[in-house]
Ligand binder design. Structure first.
Ligand code: NAP
Length: 276
């Protein structure tokens, strides 16, 4: 079994981005908007700021209180859209429940959409594949880079994605499909999940339920990608029972240190692409 080391690979990408930003006349500027006091979101935004610095990207963090109205948030995004110095915008999710996430995502200028969440970018990506939108969804893009780095074949393989969110599951399925895998997408109402996952050569778990994927659900030699981030006290756990699944898998991503760091690296990659 081999570990897919997201920390190591993300360092490689940060270095590549730094080399590219060093040659640019103006450094890209990523604006991060954080609404509320969610401790995990604060940690992610701080981490992104640190890695921006390492990658030669300027960052600006706008922190708004939990009770910020939707109107005020839309006003803050509008200001960033119009600010010529800002080249990319990322609104940290989740947002407080009184705010309509869809409206906020749609309010970001597609040309500054670092997360590839705007329907214009995501639509182009889903319909036409990579290369048609300037950016690609960061988490699945990071996963594809990890698979490619380890020369893991995708074409002709059976891939199963658990989860169908716009941010991970759906674009992940699209990435695998565009690389000629046969893809099955599972969700909350999928019957006999274990029977389906046992057929997977590549299994991606993007659910948000610790230990959902257990060893009997895995085919021997499968490649297992764990996207889940579940807080268990101070510990961060994935969706996969790492200890037992790793005994059967050929490759596996750890949590932490797998998909997470690659997501940030790809967010910065998108920021670079938008600034070009
Ligand atoms: P989400 O929007 O809540 O989607 C979760 C998906 O899981 C839904 O499609 C849901 O099905 C499905 N699901 C829930 N329970 C299930 C079950 N028992 N069996 C099968 N499917 C089930 O979450 P998300 O934004 O995609 O994120 C998923 C996880 O990845 C979370 O832990 C999140 O924190 C993490 N994440 C990590 C990164 C990273 O960089 N590492 C990035 C993004 C997200 P329905 O559609 O039927 O409800």
């Amino acid at each position: 079994m081999k570990i897919l080391d997201g920390n190591k690979l993300s360092e490689k990408y940060i270095k590549i981005i730094r080399q590219k930003t060093a040659k640019m006349k103006r450094r890209p500027v990523l604006a991060m908007v954080l609404v509320g006091d969610d401790p995990a979101s604060k940690i992610y935004v701080r981490r992104k700021g640190v890695l921006c610095e390492q990658a030669g990207i300027d960052s600006k963090t706008i922190i708004l209180p939990e009770n910020t109205s939707q109107k005020k948030l839309l006003g803050a995004i509008d200001k960033l859209n119009k600010d010529k110095n800002i080249t990319a915008i990322m609104v940290q999710l989740p947002l407080p429940s009184h705010i309509d996430k869809k409206k906020i995502i749609e309010s970001v200028d597609p040309k500054k959409d670092a997360d590839c969440l705007h329907p214009e970018n995501l639509g182009k990506f889903i319909q036409e594949g990579e290369g048609y939108s300037i950016v690609a969804p960061a988490t699945p893009l990071g996963i594809i880079k990890m698979l490619e780095e380890c020369k893991i074949p995708i074409a002709g393989k059976k891939a199963v994605v658990i989860g169908r969110s716009n941010i991970v599951g759906k674009p992940m399925a699209q990435f695998l499909l565009s690389r000629d895998a046969t893809v099955t997408v599972c969700h909350r109402l999928t019957k006999n999940l274990a029977k389906i996952t046992r057929e997977a050569d590549i299994l991606v778990a993007a659910v948000g339920k610790k230990n959902l994927v257990k060893a009997p659900m895995i085919k021997k030699g499968a490649v297992v990608i764990d996207v889940g981030m579940n807080r268990d006290g101070k510990k961060l756990l994935g969706d996969v029972d790492f200890e037992n699944v790793s005994k059967k898998a050929s490759y596996i991503t750890p949590v932490p240190g797998g998909v997470g760091p690659m997501t940030i690296a790809m967010l910065l990659w998108n920021t670079l692409e938008l600034a070009k």
